[in-house]
Design a protein. Structure first.
Length: 270
């Protein structure tokens, strides 16, 4: 395990393989282990870095003063500086794409390519934002994610037809149930508020390099539906690929399709 201290906290990351650098940025409530199938396939050909969000996996708590996705992007850029990586292809899923776009816009010279997966950089629709914030309030007040709340939260991440007895589903549920009150209140809930209280970057998507950008979305993603992916791809002017039989965590619900898509995209950047 490797750690990098930034803004007074230890950011956990893995760094595996050699070759052109690829940074994997994952979803809220998931850690870098979510990328296991892609790391296994990419690391024989690429240098793959995957990090844990604050309060997730092995990373420390959300640093004092971290108040926006721009801060997360700045911290990730500091990690790349620490690793002496001049240019990287960033693959961002969900919140990873939300801060990934901010990194791309603030430091375009650092990117070889950008893949935006199951993400949206417009503002959160107001009814959804209020709903998520109400869930955060419940979690904060109780200091845990109750069984009834798990029944609401966990299915959001998967396609409707997933086998709820599967290891993928049950392991994720168990991880959420195991979060301490301290971790929830210090990092998970504040990180959620940062994510779903984000500002609107849709007007700036035209600044991205369409030739080196790809939008990917699970065809059954509920929180970030294909309509949002198509909207972003149109604003960027880049292709949009739908992942069959996949919900929000499309890279784990259909890992072979996503990995193949990433390998083809990366090969095209050389």
């Amino acid at each position: 395990m490797a750690f990098f201290e930034v803004d007074g906290q230890a950011l956990h990351y893995i760094d595996q393989g050699t070759g052109p650098a690829v940074l994997l940025a994952g979803s809220y409530l998931w850690d870098q282990a979510m990328w296991a199938p892609q790391i296994a396939a990419l690391s024989p050909h690429y240098r793959v870095i995957a990090l844990d969000l604050w309060g997730h996996g092995e990373s420390g708590r959300l640093p004092e003063g971290t108040a926006s996705l721009d801060d997360i992007a700045r911290q990730a850029l500091a990690l790349l500086d620490h690793l002496d990586i001049d240019r990287v292809t960033l693959v961002g899923l969900s919140v990873g794409g939300m801060w990934g776009v901010r990194l791309a816009l603030s430091a375009p010279q650092r990117l070889n390519g950008l893949v935006l997966m199951d993400t949206y950089v417009g503002v959160e629709p107001e009814p959804t934002r209020q709903y998520y914030f109400s869930l955060f309030k419940q979690i904060e007040e109780s200091g845990g994610i109750s069984e009834p709340l798990l029944d609401i939260v966990v299915p959001i991440f998967f396609r409707p037809g997933i086998d709820r007895a599967s290891a993928l589903y049950q392991d994720f549920r168990a991880k959420l149930a195991g979060y301490s009150a301290e971790r929830l209140r210090d990092s998970i809930v504040p990180m959620g508020r940062i994510t779903f209280g984000r500002d609107d970057l849709l007007p700036r998507l035209g600044e991205l390099n369409a030739a080196t950008t790809l939008v990917v979305c699970g065809d059954q993603d509920k929180p970030r539906p294909p309509s949002e992916a198509r909207e972003m791809a149109e604003l960027i002017g880049c292709p949009c690929v739908l992942v069959p039989e996949a919900g929000h965590i499309s890279n784990l619900e259909n890992p072979a399709f996503v990995t193949d898509t990433l390998l083809k995209f990366l090969a095209g950047l050389k």
